[in-house]
Design a binder for this molecule. Structure first.
Ligand code: H2P
Length: 815
């Protein structure tokens, strides 16, 4: 095998060869897309070589592997990352320049795979990056959704969802692996296994089978040779599904019915679950993912190992949230029904294999499935769940004799108001370790959401605070800042040892350094202004305070609290045109789930406020509001480096961790935030003086919620009243008072997340922000200290903690 060379000449040679032999075209006739695809293939060749060496090293070492099961991966664009990780960007720039194109032109063809929703999917991508960087033998498993997270557009300010056909032009970064396809069953019937007197082993005859076709994306480590993979499954009909005779009879639609039904399984990320069919399809997806993945894991295990005793020593499976939790029952089914292990041994292996990460505190976000749906779709799994629950409740009964209420609370089956399977309970029962994603989150999980389990098994509960990869979110997103940091610290080793950023603290008082720090931020803001103008038509001032709130639209995150602040500023500026306020650009970014009507209305209100503010001749001189459409990883990489102020204003006790908060702090934004999620840990590290804290803490919020009257705040606070009245008066709806009435009603009626209670504190805190902003040098100093002290939030640290405390895996170096 010819190996890829490492010089500029080799690279150039490979480009030409890929252009001819892979794209089948010539330099003279190549399109821009050919250019991108050729470059991608040439970079990919370098990764493939490392991947082959990684696979060989793993085969040789036969180590314990981490298998990360996740319904979501938000990988971001691949080209820039892979150029960096193969150190080939230096070749591409001069070659591109010779051909009269820029790297940025080529990058514009690079489509990000949007196989996730928000923080959870992006966390999966950051952890995979860090595992490869730390040489941890790992495979990620997920679904190759044909359509990823919808593309967001706005029509009259309202969100419209367009399909994300992310592979339309082909995806040069993935490899199909058809030989590793798997067959998965659904529906059907079960019967007693004749050879099993205990009755615990049974036989399932599925009523429908589909194929899972795998392909994989390469996940390179930075500064190392390891390349791991994420294996993505796509559903295909079984081979006999095409009905030739019906087709011959002209029944074209019926002839492909089975094919369509099978392929629908991996058609879209999170099918709308407002209908019965939609809910069943989601469960089908989840089972499809775990069934394919477990078979693949067992296939890999058996390449080097025999017998089942060693399985947990070689295999550790991390369940990313409740979506893949059916894996617990599927492994039991495989071991008991198919490999004929006895129940107790199978259960002991299963429990030692799995671990579960919980990402929420909202009880409604912990999935439950109607027993009737599980029974129909996965009849054998429902039996296994009952059996697991039976033995588990015996255990509970032995520990707490006669405590029926506790049994009811702990049970995997919820009885009232309807019978449902509690997936989080199944996960906890079936796992060795359960972890939360920030200190407060883990503490509250154990004290509230999963309290009975924490009492039963305190040793199961761990905290592993989230982290983010500094390669993508500092080095790639913010090359200017990276250069300055490298110059200051002497080399690039901070990219894999992020605590080294501490070294910046020493120059936080050096006016010359601060000047350069500010120049970087300003240049980033000029770039962002260009992006914003292109996507919204709005011109923003790069010298204004850049105030950003970028995250999924959800009521607990409280985008409406931010909006009330904006409206207050608008009212003030209209009343006092000469008021001395700090010029500000408020930038929102995020999508609302297609069925989440109240948040979609809020998005519409944000756009309406933006329109009113930006076209007001007086107000718009000091205030701009923008909501660039289709917030995604690519756009996050544009926005984060330019941010001055990071809005982390969820109601305390509701945001599990947050990771945007970490990315922004690392890039020198100052946080305005509540004592929620990882905000607390950020504040502890960067220092209370360099963090704008406001609002109720988790305990105060829980206490207040018990007897809360939002209207009292409205009535006693004139600014708040004016802001809400401005909405109610139809100011942002051309006088139409009804359009946004539901927003007003929800605030004054229930205000689930206590935005009104925190309003005054938030406003006062924003005044402290303004005051601080007026001293630009002091602000820059705080900004430097935020970066300098955020090294803890590297996902390398997160992965090390998982390795030491939960996975107990060792790195394998690749030669
Ligand atoms: C969720 C949590 C975040 C957490 C993230 C990763 C589900 O992400 O809400 O608090 O940081 O998982 O653990 P998100 O809201 O962004 O979808």
């Amino acid at each position: 095998m010819r190996s890829v060379g490492s010089t500029l000449a080799d690279f150039e040679q490979d480009l030409i060869s890929n252009l001819y032999y892979q794209r089948g075209t010539t330099l003279e006739s190549a399109s821009g897309s050919d250019g991108y695809q050729t470059l991608a293939l040439t970079v990919r060749d370098r990764l493939v070589e490392r991947y082959a060496r990684t696979a060989a090293a793993h085969y040789e070492a036969n180590p314990r592997f981490v298998y990360y099961l996740s319904a979501e991966y938000l990988l971001g664009r691949q080209l820039g990352q892979n150029l960096l990780y193969t150190d080939t960007e230096r070749f591409v720039r001069p070659i591109a320049a010779d051909l009269g194109v820029t790297l940025e032109d080529l990058e514009s063809y690079d489509v990000e795979p949007g196989l996730g929703n928000g923080g959870l999917g992006r966390l999966a991508a950051c952890l995979m990056d860090s595992m490869a960087t730390l040489d941890i033998p790992a495979v990620g498993y997920g679904i190759r959704y044909e359509f990823g997270i919808f593309k967001q557009a706005f029509r009259d300010g309202a969100q419209v969802e367009r399909p994300d056909d992310w592979t339309f032009y082909g995806n040069p970064w993935e490899f199909p692996a058809p030989d590793d396809r798997q067959v998965v069953g659904f529906y059907g019937t079960t019967a007693a296994a004749l050879d099993d007197p205990t009755g615990l082993r049974r036989q399932w005859t599925p009523g429908e089978v589909v194929r899972g076709e795998p392909s994989h994306m390469l996940v390179p480590g930075y500064g190392t040779q390891t390349v791991n993979i994420i294996r993505l499954w796509q559903a295909r009909a079984s081979r006999q599904s095409f009905d030739l005779s019906r087709f011959g009879a002209g029944q074209y639609k019926e002839a492909v019915e089975d094919i369509v039904r099978a392929e629908n399984i991996s058609k879209v990320l999170y099918p709308d679950d407002s209908t019965e069919q939609g809910r069943e399809l989601r469960l089908k997806q989840q089972y499809f993912l775990v069934a394919c993945s477990l078979r693949d894991i067992i296939r890999r295990y058996r390449l080097r190992n025999t017998g089942w005793d060693a399985f947990p020593a070689k295999v550790v499976i991390q369940l990313n949230d409740t979506h893949p939790v059916m894996a617990v029952t599927e492994l039991m089914r495989l071991l008991v029904d198919e490999y004929k292990l006895d129940w107790d041994l199978a259960w002991s292996i299963t429990r030692r294999t799995f671990n579960y990460t919980c990402h929420t505190l909202l009880p409604e976000a912990l999935e439950t499935w109607p027993v009737a749906v599980v029974e129909r779709l996965l009849p054998r799994h429902m039996e296994i769940i009952y059996a697991i629950n039976h033995f588990f409740l015996q255990e509970v009964e032995a520990t707490y004799p006669g405590d029926l209420d506790r049994l009811r609370r702990l049970s995997i089956i919820q009885e009232e108001p309807d019978k449902r399977v509690r997936m989080a309970h199944l996960a906890v029962v079936g796992s060795t370790a359960v972890n939360g994603v920030a200190e407060l989150h883990t503490r509250l999980l154990a004290a509230t959401t999963l309290r009975d389990f924490a009492e039963l098994w305190p040793q199961k509960f761990h905290n592993v605070t989230n982290g983010v990869t500094p390669r993508r979110f500092v080095r790639l997103a913010n090359p200017r800042l990276s250069e300055l940091i490298t110059e200051r610290l002497g080399d690039e080793s901070w990219l894999t040892d992020l605590d080294r950023l501490e070294g910046l603290a020493g120059v936080a008082d050096d006016p010359a350094f601060l000047e350069r720090w500010r120049a970087v931020k300003r240049a980033n803001k000029v770039d962002l202004a260009a992006h914003v103008e292109r996507s919204t038509g709005v011109v923003i001032d790069p010298d204004a305070l850049c105030d950003v709130m970028i995250k999924r639209f959800h009521e607990y995150k409280r985008q409406h609290l931010k909006l009330l602040h904006v409206i207050m500023l608008f009212n003030r500026l209209r009343e006092h045109p000469d008021l001395d306020v700090v010029p500000r650009t408020v930038l929102f970014g995020g999508k609302a789930a297609p069925g989440y009507h109240s948040m979609k209305l809020l998005l519409r209100l944000v756009n309406a406020v933006a329109e009113t503010v930006n076209t007001d001749p007086v107000v718009s001189r000091r205030l701009k509001v923008v909501l660039p459409p289709d917030y995604n990883v690519t756009r996050a990489q544009w926005i984060i480096p330019a941010a001055d102020l990071s809005e982390q204003i969820s109601l305390a006790g509701k945001e599990a961790s947050g990771t945007g908060n970490m990315k922004l702090a690392l890039n020198g934004a100052l946080t305005i935030g509540t004592l929620d999620g990882a905000n607390i840990e950020i504040r502890d590290r960067v220092g209370a003086d360099n963090f704008f804290l406001f609002g109720l803490d988790a305990q105060e919020a829980a206490d207040l919620r018990r007897d809360y009257h939002p209207r009292a705040y409205y009535e006693s606070d004139p600014d708040l009243r004016a802001a809400i009245d401005t909405i109610a008066a139809g100011t942002f709806a051309k006088g139409d008072r009804s359009l946004f009435a539901p927003v007003v009603d929800s605030m004054l009626g229930r205000d689930e997340y206590l935005a009104l209670a925190d309003y005054r504190a938030y406003l006062e805190c924003q005044e402290r922000v303004e005051h601080a902003w007026r001293d630009q040098e002091a602000w820059a100093r705080m900004s430097v200290l935020n970066s300098a002290r955020s090294g803890f939030f590297s996902s390398d640290r997160t992965v090390r903690e998982y390795c030491d405390r939960i996975w107990r895996v060792e790195p394998v170096r690749v030669a």
